[in-house]
Design a protein. Structure first.
Length: 583
């Protein structure tokens, strides 16, 4: 006895996805296997409700219940043109099978229908005729979805959505006539052409425009994939196959079985299925389901791969869709920037609440990316905004940057010159002060030397020469006052008091020195020596650093005079130096 059929083969047979050879083999096995026949019957019972009149509403009833008159498209019954004795599952049609159309060839067959390329005889234009597979005619659900697809497409008027021209029933086979697109699928179009990232986004943005339009009409596609988008020779995409589409609000009015899959089952294509579709929960499906599928399509267009592995058993793929995070796009294509990666990952969020809330939001960020503007899904920082502005306005930014460099350079040079000028001014002032002080010191020193010369002339009795020398001393200087004091012939006691009162306390050493000079000239050596000692002690208490060069010169004279007057008592000792106290 042959082994029973595999579950996957049974599901494909019930869904009409088997090839002719597989279908023949399955039916031959079913004729001899009661277990498999029961299994097929149970699967059909789950997929198709009982054929009672109230189980699935007709298209006309659905249109009335949803109050959407734009969906009404009369289905006409065409007289039989086929051989009534032909097998129900035959896909061979004569060229004149459809009134007003001539069949040219059969196009690649889908899982639900056969598509023929035909010529509309009245206009001599190519059209595509979609015919429900004979194996699905027994299913009210399949017939309902097929008729409803025609209804939905007829209500949409968008240049990127394949339009419908006619529909009907021929030899109990449902069909409708669509606009024929001469082109290839979206993925083959992208692979066959060397499109830049920008060109791919522009192409994809047109697909988003069509899907957004369908959403505005209350229609959710639910089966978006590259194979359902055809690109013509002009590079214009066209969306087709609304067989699994859902009309927003219809399920509540037309009954749950009319428009949604049964709880726990799924519908759509695995490779682009959203996590909520993979979970088999139709209540969670909304426009964000299409956003996810669009994210998968864009991901494939930009990286050449799916966000996660889509091969293997159906259960494994469904689990990956719900649980596995997509591979970071920039790991697959290093040419992608961070903005495009953020757009892709946001569209592919597992949680619909964190996903783009509409295709319009996705388009908004795509258009911002195309224009070089900041996108909304990326955290906005000052550096990010500046970078985006610069990348968008490259030439203007270059000019502004050049002007900024010039302004900053001019400011730096001006500041440097100002600081240099201020430093030079301070240095010049310091030099001037130093020279002024130096000149003053030299002037004072010259005055001290001149005063020493005056003292020599005065001690030698050259009064006239001494008087002349005194007249050349600086006016109001202490040397000039001292010279006037010494030249005064009045006794010391009469003039000493006035002389001492003319000097401050810090000049006491000079006063004592001059008084000592007067005593020495008068021949009073003891008083002269006492005066010199008092002068020397004052000098010893003063700081030599605070004394001018002239005072230091005169101080040496004090020490020299004291040394001379000391006589034999002081000659055996070291000569006293200014700045040391006398012992």
């Amino acid at each position: 006895m042959c082994p029973c059929l595999e579950q996957e083969l049974v599901e494909r047979y019930v869904g009409g996805l088997c090839s002719a050879s597989e279908r023949h083999a399955v039916e031959e096995h079913l004729s001899s296997c009661e277990s498999c026949r029961s299994h097929v019957t149970s699967i059909r019972a789950r997929v198709s409700p009982a054929d009672d009149p109230g189980s699935v509403p007709t298209v006309c009833e659905t249109s009335q219940r949803t109050d959407r008159p734009e969906y009404r498209l009369r289905t006409r019954i065409i007289p039989d043109a086929l051989d009534p004795h032909s097998e129900p599952g035959s896909a061979v049609l004569p060229e004149s099978a459809f009134e007003g159309y001539r069949i040219v060839e059969e196009l690649p067959r889908g899982g639900q229908a056969i598509v023929y390329k035909a010529i509309h005889l009245a206009t001599n234009t190519h059209v595509a005729i979609k015919v429900l597979l004979p194996t699905l005619l027994a299913s009210r659900r399949a017939r309902y979805y097929f008729e409803r697809e025609a209804e939905l497409i007829s209500s949409l008027d968008h240049p990127n959505i394949v339009g419908i021209h006619d529909s009907g029933i021929l030899h109990n086979q449902y069909f409708f006539v669509m606009h024929y697109v001469e082109g290839c699928s979206l993925d083959r179009y992208v692979q066959g052409r060397d499109l830049s990232q920008r060109d791919r986004v522009v192409l994809f943005n047109k697909v988003c425009s069509a899907v957004s339009y369908a959403h505005q009409q209350g229609i959710i596609h639910r089966d978006l994939k590259c194979g359902n988008v055809l690109v013509d020779a002009r590079g214009e995409p066209h969306i087709l196959d609304f067989g699994l589409a859902k009309v927003v609000g219809m399920s509540e009015r037309a009954g749950h079985d009319a428009v949604a899959t049964m709880t726990g089952q799924w519908a759509g294509t695995l490779s682009t299925m959203s996590p909520e579709q993979a979970a088999g929960n139709p209540k969670r499906l909304d426009i964000r389901t299409d956003v996810y599928s669009l994210g998968v399509i864009l991901y494939c267009m930009m990286t050449g791969r799916y966000p996660y592995e889509v091969t293997g058993s159906t259960i494994d793929v469904l689990r990956r869709i719900q649980e596995h995070e997509p591979v970071k796009p920039r790991k697959l294509n290093r040419k992608l920037d961070s903005d495009m990666e953020a757009i892709l990952l946001t569209a592919l969020e597992k949680d619909p609440e964190r996903r783009y809330q509409s295709v319009a939001d996705l388009r908004s960020d795509l258009e911002s990316w195309l224009q070089g503007m900041p996108i909304r899904v990326k955290s906005v920082s000052t550096a990010y905004l500046v970078r985006k502005i610069i990348s968008r306005h490259r030439y203007a930014s270059a000019v502004v940057a050049l002007l900024l460099v010039i302004v900053l350079s001019f400011t730096y040079i001006s500041l440097y010159l100002h600081v240099s000028a201020m430093r030079a001014r301070h240095e010049s002032q310091a030099i001037t002060e130093q020279w002024t002080q130096s000149v003053g010191d030299h002037s004072v020193f010259a005055g001290s030397i001149a005063f020493t010369y005056f003292l020599q002339l005065w001690h030698e009795g050259h009064v006239g020469a001494a008087t002349w020398s005194a007249s050349n001393l600086p006016a109001n200087s202490k040397e000039r006052k001292a010279a006037v004091f010494l030249l005064d012939p009045a006794p010391l006691k009469q003039k000493e008091s006035a002389f001492r009162g003319a000097f401050a306390e810090d000049s006491r050493w000079f006063v004592e020195f001059i008084v000592g000079e007067q005593h020495r000239a008068d021949g009073n050596s003891e008083e002269a020596m006492r005066a010199y000692r008092r002068s020397y002690e004052s000098l010893a208490q003063a700081s030599s650093a605070a004394m001018s060069r002239g005072d230091q010169w005169l101080a040496r004279n004090v020490a020299a005079n004291l040394y001379e007057l000391a006589g034999d008592e002081g000659r055996g000792t070291e000569r006293p130096r200014v700045g040391e106290k006398l012992r």
